[in-house]
Design a binder for this molecule. Sequence first.
Ligand SMILES: [Zn+2]
Length: 450
Amino acid sequence: MNKINYIIAAVLAVILITVFAVVAFTDEPGNDNSDIEEATNEKSENEDSSTDDESPDNSSVSKDGSEDNHSSGDGSEPDESSEVSDPSEETTSEPDTSETEPVIETWEYDGLSVRHLFTHCLIAWPELAPSGAYRDCVTVSEWNSILQQLYDNDFVLIDINYMYETYTDTDGTQKIRIKDKITVPKGKKPVVISIDDVVYDPKKTNQGMVDKLVVKNGELWAYTLFKDGTEDYSQDNEIFPILESFIKEHPDFSYKNARCTLCLTGFCGILGYRTAPSFADQGIDYMAERNKAAVVVDWLKKHGYSFASHSYAHGMMGSFSAERMEEDCKQWKDEVASLVGETCIFVYPYGDWPKYDTRQHKILLEYGFKFFCGTSIYNYLANGFPGKGASVGNAFCDRFTMAGTILEKAAEKNDSGVYDKYKRMSEYFDPFEVYDNENRPVKLVRPDDL
Ligand SMILES: [Zn+2]
């Protein structure tokens, strides 16, 4: 009996000690467990949102791009390919949008009042630029000033693909329409910015533009090789790196991680890389160039940039035959969409488009283009084909041109003696403050009566 009592007492003692031990243990490091759970949740949220930031067609191209890059390693341009480094690491350490988004107070902005501005690549080296370049482009100081003034005037950058929604028409075709209301931070006006011809045509080398975009140490740089053999890597003389630093300083200028849209042709490659098979005739390894371009495309997509077709050949599309249109679309799809992904955005070169319901128009639709863009300063934006009404589906958007030719018109009066163009520009910025009198061959002076 004593033995049994002893055993019962011993068992009770063991149970009590165990209970105490469990309570003591869970009191202290028990928090660690919850920390681990929280950390896991945070991580998965970040992962989710960073995936969301990418457009759906990113993953295959990005993956292919980086794999290709690793396998290419031909060493012809070691600076770019070997230091390209891990854009993926760069993005995963940037969960800023996912953390700030939930606390932003928003409002509903009229979808058909969204503004769309466009320009070309910058005049990076004014001393090398022919006067013609000044007509179509803006300079570095002008771009800096434009960004600051857009920000000061309460514009917020949105991605062009955020403007519309898709729907299936009664005949089963997929169409788009501009959203009635666009959600943006309260007090802000949405603006889309697109940049045309981001291809760095080799015929224009050493004429004031940079040569190409490159990724080095996980960041985007503009690269230029001068005639004397010196090389330059800069982050303060091209649209995209400048936009990156501006958004770093003013994160609220970009909504949902938006950047701008690059409008690409294909005939001379993209982003400064000679990716077209036709370059094989000049002894250029265009497949190696494609691998290098893919690295930059990957970086741009991960950082919120999107892409549009600007046609393959940059022709006057209003006078294309159906055969030429078909060939142009096919070449763009094969050589450019294969690098940047499919897009439904089509930006007409020179703002010249084929007539409604012609075979040429239908070919563009068959290739998946649904959102067409022209150029003007009148901010035309509508569902449907211009003049044909919303019922035909798809959308059309004019883009306000930012270029020397337009800025110079700020000092012109119309027939009624009104500075009408100045008024249009001053919605975005004061052209007299933006205009780069120091570098431009033509000087612009604010009239006394303005
Ligand atoms: Zn163009």
